[in-house]
Structures are given as C-alpha cells and as structure tokens.
Design a protein around this ligand. Structure first.
Ligand code: ZN
Length: 318
C-alpha cells in the first residue's frame, strides 16, 4: 500500500515527492510565512512530524531541522515526514528570546493553541491543527535560548495511557541523549501532542545563541536514529545509549528585576537546599537566594546578568 498524499496549507506532496514552501498563516491579523518541508516516501510507513524554532534563537535545533528537510530523500524514505524548521518566524528575524514578538508570549506555553486567541495562540493553534495533528510520532527540537546554558536532555510526558507513554519514552531513549525527563510543561508542544494521543518528545541541545557542530549533530543524529528505529530509513537499529531518567523538572524564577549571579553550572549535581545563586540589586544587596528544590542535576541555567521579574533562573531535574 502506498502512502496517502501529504498536505499542509496549499502544499501537496505525492508518494515519492519532496516539496518545500512557505505557507501563509494568519496569526491575529499578522501574515506569518511558515517554512514547511513535506517529504512523502516512496514506500509506506508512519508519519513523523518535526518542529524547530518554537523558540527562535535555539539555533542548533533549527540548523538540524533545516538539514533534515534539505537532505531527506523521498526515494529512501518509508513513510512521511513533515518538518517545520522555524515555527516562531517573527521571533527568528528579530532574534527574540523566549517569546513571539507579535504579542510577547512564549509559544511553548500555548499549545494546542486557540484560533480565537492572541497572535501566538493562533499560530500555535494553526500549527497544532494542520501539522502536529497529522503525526503518528512527533518531535519538537529545542536548545538553551540565547541566554541559557544547558546540558542536553529529552523531555517526554506521561499521560497515564501506558501504551502511549511507552512509545513516548521509547522515542526519548532512541533519540540518543542520555538524560531523560518524564515531566509535563503545561501548554508545551510535546505535552499537548501526548494529550491528543500522539507519542511525542521535546529534545534540548545547544544554547547561548551558539550552534556548535556537536550540538547540531546531536539533534541531526537523533532524527536519523528515530527514523531508523521507526523503520522509515534503512540501516542498523540505533545503538542503545545508557540513560538516566529524572522524574521531575523543577524551575526557579526571579522575584525581582535585578542582577543574576549564578553559583552553579549546568550538569552539576546539587543537594536539596543548596544555594545555587543570588539575585542582587545595584548596590549588591542580596534580594533572593536560589535554593535547590530537591536533590538533582542542573539542566539549564540563565547566563545573562540581566534578570527580570518572573524570568527563569535555572531548572533542576530530580
Ligand atoms: Zn526552547
């Protein structure tokens, strides 16, 4: 049996075809030109959806998604791939941190979106309805943002549906990053997809506006490993990676508009109650001490001296 035709917006790829185009999406009266690769394999198989650039300055993940779109060959593919390498297009052009500049909202807090909401909510809703909902499997590629250092890790969400959760955890393990976190971030892509019954992960590698060859490779290899695992690409089953599973993803936030002096590093193991940094004022008075909420590992750390009220400071995987 051949694959069905693949559609997103006005784009169409028949079995054996690859198509790239910009799909115009109305985000609250703003026309967003969404880049979309459709790769429809010659042979039948599952539909894998990949997104990058939900956060517009997470360049290693965006570079890997672009490379996958440019290099995947429909003649060698069993199944269908949809790749949107940059979702937050308005943010990408202005090198925005965390948010979509159309309304200042973090897109990864508004999935599955809202067609009657603000521009970010409408864009999220369009992408969820027209792209992510087509997936048998879904991967969202991230990294540390422009002002975040991080140790690579992969998130998946436990929905309570054992079969779905096993598939999501399998994807996370197969992707190849050793640190896994089983956790929900409300409004995020991967949790919204899992809530809709789609096995999903969110992979993080890179950060601080830098896209090293190593971090791009980690994402790109992850894509290839998952596609081999799903039987979409020929080749040996991916080598198993020894992984560590963390059960909680605990974020600390600044309570002040001030200066951030971290006293830990990404990848550090920390003890509950340990001081991980201070928020200070102009004169150096300590306004807030960031305390480790549990024993665990620092997964990301904001690296900018400037810190705003309610900005994240760091996260611990526990
Ligand atoms: Zn991100």
């Amino acid at each position: 049996m051949a694959n069905a035709e693949l559609h997103v917006g006005q784009l169409l790829a028949r079995p054996g075809e690859k198509v790239f185009g910009l799909v115009e999406v109305d985000a609250g009266g703003h026309a967003v030109k969404l880049p979309v690769f459709l790769i429809n394999g010659q042979a039948a198989g599952p539909t894998l959806v990949m997104t990058g650039g939900i956060h517009a300055a997470e360049y290693a993940s965006i570079a890997a998604a672009l490379d996958a779109g440019q290099t995947l060959d429909p003649q060698e593919l069993a199944g269908r791939a949809i790749i949107v390498p940059v979702v937050n297009v308005p943010g990408f052009r202005v090198r925005s941190i965390y948010v979509c500049p159309l309304d200042g909202k973090n897109p990864n807090r508004f999935f599955p979106g809202n067609a009657a909401g603000s521009p970010t909510e409408q864009l999220a809703g369009w992408v969820f309805q027209n792209v992510i909902s087509q997936a048998n499997y879904y991967m969202d590629l991230h990294g540390g943002d422009m002002i975040e250092a991080l140790v690579p890790f992969t998130l998946f969400y436990r929905s309570g549906n054992a079969d779905l959760d096993r598939k999501s955890q399998d994807l996370a393990q197969v992707f190849g990053i050793p640190l896994l976190v089983g956790s929900e971030t409300v409004g995020s892509t991967y949790s919204a997809a899992a809530r809709a019954g789609i096995p999903a992960i969110l992979a993080e590698a890179g950060g601080q506006g830098i896209w090293t060859a190593e971090d791009v490779r980690l994402h790109r290899e992850g894509i290839s490993r998952v596609m081999r695992h799903l039987g979409m690409l020929a080749g040996p089953a991916p080598e198993p990676v020894t992984h560590r599973l963390l059960e909680r993803f605990l974020w600390l936030y600044s309570e002040h508009e001030a200066f951030w002096y971290p006293d830990t590093g990404v990848g550090q193991d920390v003890r509950a109650g340990q001081a991980l940094g201070q928020v200070r004022d102009y004169e150096g008075h300590v306004l807030q001490t960031a305390l480790a909420p549990a024993d665990g590992r620092v997964l990301f750390l904001v690296s900018s001296l400037a810190i705003n009220k309610r900005d994240p400071l760091l996260a611990v995987g526990a």
